[in-house]
Ligand binder design. Sequence first.
Ligand SMILES: C[S@@+](CC[C@H](N)C(=O)[O-])C[C@H]1O[C@@H](n2cnc3c(N)ncnc32)[C@H](O)[C@@H]1O
Length: 263
Amino acid sequence: MDKAGLSADESCQDGRTAKTGAPVGWEPMGTALVTYSKGDFDATLSVIREDGDVARFAAKFFFRDYWALDEIERSALDMCSGRVLELGAGVGGSALYLQRKGLEVVALDCSPDCVALMKKRGVIRAVVGDAFRYEERGFDTVLSLMNGAGLFGTMAAFEDYLSRLDALLNPGGKFIFDSYDLRKVADPRERAYQAYLTGQGRYFGEYLTRLEFSGRCGEPYRTLHLDPDTLLAAVAGHGLVCRCYPRDYCGRYLAVVSRKETP
Ligand SMILES: C[S@@+](CC[C@H](N)C(=O)[O-])C[C@H]1O[C@@H](n2cnc3c(N)ncnc32)[C@H](O)[C@@H]1O
């Protein structure tokens, strides 16, 4: 594979630096978003996968407001309640909407550029931090959007986060995120890449990618696409329950994880 010069060597283990465990690879996104905010409205970010596939995202997309969100994202925001912790909050579009509704939001992002933009845009509590290490508790909702499972990188990291949910969430609290059922994607190139990952003994949703903006590449990192069956098995193993809301044509869906209600 490795047509894109990508390998998960010891300097990058599943999206985290081997030394500090901090997330890696997101700097080009921060740079692209700052560039857009300074007036380069054509700024475009590339996501390069290890098999050479390239997806391009207009930086403008990250600045979408509630009305430009799709149905899945709008439903996710409508389900938020109480104190909200948003993981990978980007430039804060969701956080601003929830704040305006009167909810208290901690908008967490590992990118200092994103957090600076959130503050500039009026997010009251925008925090630079790593979702895996953020210790504050007492949330009614944990939210993660735009393939919100993606920032976990691997099934192992996702399961680790599930084991921390009990401490993070208040009684009745929920963890809301979107992801993709890649089994619904018919594109032969995607299928071939998934088969390659399975052949490597990895879960087929753990893509190895890196970001590129304006000729500068970030470190490789893994991004997780979690199918609902694997998700349901994982949450059950942690004594949690999960509802998955309808998948769109490409298998995208919304997940709401919560504690099992005691009778
Ligand atoms: C795909 S973007 C989504 C941004 C935003 N949620 C949206 O819908 O526009 C993922 C975001 O997660 C952030 N991120 C990635 N890993 C993270 C981590 N471990 N902790 C906190 N933020 C992280 C990145 O900096 C990036 O802003």
